[in-house]
Write a protein that binds this ligand. Structure first.
Ligand SMILES: *[C@@H]1O[C@H](CO)[C@@H](O)[C@H](O)[C@H]1NC(C)=O
Ligand SMILES: *[C@@H]1O[C@H](CO)[C@@H](O)[C@H](O)[C@H]1NC(C)=O
Ligand SMILES: *[C@@H]1O[C@H](CO)[C@@H](O)[C@H](O)[C@H]1NC(C)=O
Ligand SMILES: *[C@@H]1O[C@H](CO)[C@@H](O)[C@H](O)[C@H]1NC(C)=O
Ligand SMILES: *[C@@H]1O[C@H](CO)[C@@H](O)[C@H](O)[C@H]1NC(C)=O
Ligand SMILES: [Mg+2]
Length: 264
């Protein structure tokens, strides 16, 4: 994967450079012109005349924009650049680092009851190779092709999360993975996690059919409640707000970036 990602990145960047206009500075200038004199076909960097893709992404990450189904068509290039470029990695690094500083500052009693919850997709594992291949915008999600990708079991680790995982273990904190992936994907998920460096965990909780029809917020809250009732004190990191909202969310929650999709 280490070898593959840069190749995908080059390919995607080449594609987007050919289809979208240049820099953020240009976007600002364009937006002003745009307001005065709308230019047909120049919407590549804006959701519409008043919302830039950067503002859209901020709205998404802060959970002000909710229940969206696809990246706005005009922002596909922007989101692709963000995800495959350095900014996504830098943003993830800040989140993981803050999570570590928090955990370290807690002077935790090492009684075996400190547990950190990691979501799986776009948190512990990255599906970027899939999205790099299929695109970041409208009509990207295809459950058939996405499940086929998951079943390959070759998703790389999000490096910043793997680093956090190792540092938390070194602090004596245990780890549980809590994922919307179903029980049918337990084996492949276990194998994938182990192959990329997540060597050990207390629990790998997958979405049992018991929860079918329920939101991720409900399912994950309920599973976290079970964990707390069995005595764990929890910290929590995920890429979706549904990983972090609801009940029993943990003493602190940490939100990784994900402008690619929204799960309620
Ligand atoms: C932006 O403008 C469009 C149409 O002009 C409008 O429908 C939309 O609500 C506006 N969005 C915001 C965030 O103001
Ligand atoms: C942890 O211990 C350090 C050093 O004794 C102290 O400065 C800090 O306030 C403690 N943190 C908490 C959350 O108790
Ligand atoms: C979804 O992916 C499958 C497998 O790659 C493909 O056969 C199918 O045509 C795709 N469906 C849509 C709606 O693109
Ligand atoms: C689990 O996955 C591994 C590797 O993908 C495979 O070798 C093994 O047969 C699978 N086991 C079961 C019970 O499906
Ligand atoms: C964490 O939250 C639990 C439950 O709300 C609380 O009892 C505990 O004191 C908190 N621990 C820290 C370190 O904040
Ligand atoms: Mg996720």
């Amino acid at each position: 994967m280490k070898a593959l990602l840069p190749v995908l990145q080059l390919f995607i960047l080449a594609t987007f450079v050919a289809t979208t206009h240049g820099s953020f500075e240009l976007d600002i200038a364009d937006q002003i012109i745009h307001l005065l004199r709308p230019k047909p076909g120049a919407g590549g960097r804006h959701v519409d005349d008043n919302v830039s893709c950067l503002s859209w992404r901020l709205g998404v990450e802060t959970n002000n924009i909710i229940d969206w189904t696809t990246v706005p068509a005009a922002c596909e290039g922007y989101v692709g650049h963000y995800m495959l470029g350095q900014q996504y990695r830098k943003d993830s690094e800040v989140v993981a680092h803050e999570a570590y500083l928090y955990a370290e500052s807690q002077n935790l009693t090492d009684d075996g009851n400190n547990l950190w919850i990691f979501d799986v997709d776009e948190t512990s594992l990255s599906n970027l190779p899939y999205y790099a291949d299929h695109g970041f915008g409208v009509e990207v999600y295809n459950s058939t092709s996405f499940n086929a990708w998951v079943l390959e079991g070759v998703a790389p680790a999000l490096p910043e999360s793997l680093k956090l995982y190792k540092k938390l273990l070194a602090l004596g904190i245990k780890v549980a993975f809590l994922t919307g992936r179903g029980e049918a994907q337990r084996n492949v998920t276990e194998t994938n996690l182990k192959n990329v460096g997540y060597d050990t965990w207390e629990k790998l909780i997958l979405k049992d059919s018991f929860y079918s029809g329920n939101t991720a917020v409900m399912y994950k809250s309920s599973e976290r409640k079970n964990l707390e009732e069995s005595g764990y004190r929890i910290g929590n990191i995920g890429d979706q707000w549904s990983d972090l909202l609801g009940t029993n969310v943990g003493n602190r929650t940490f939100k990784l970036p994900d402008p690619m999709y929204y799960i309620s």
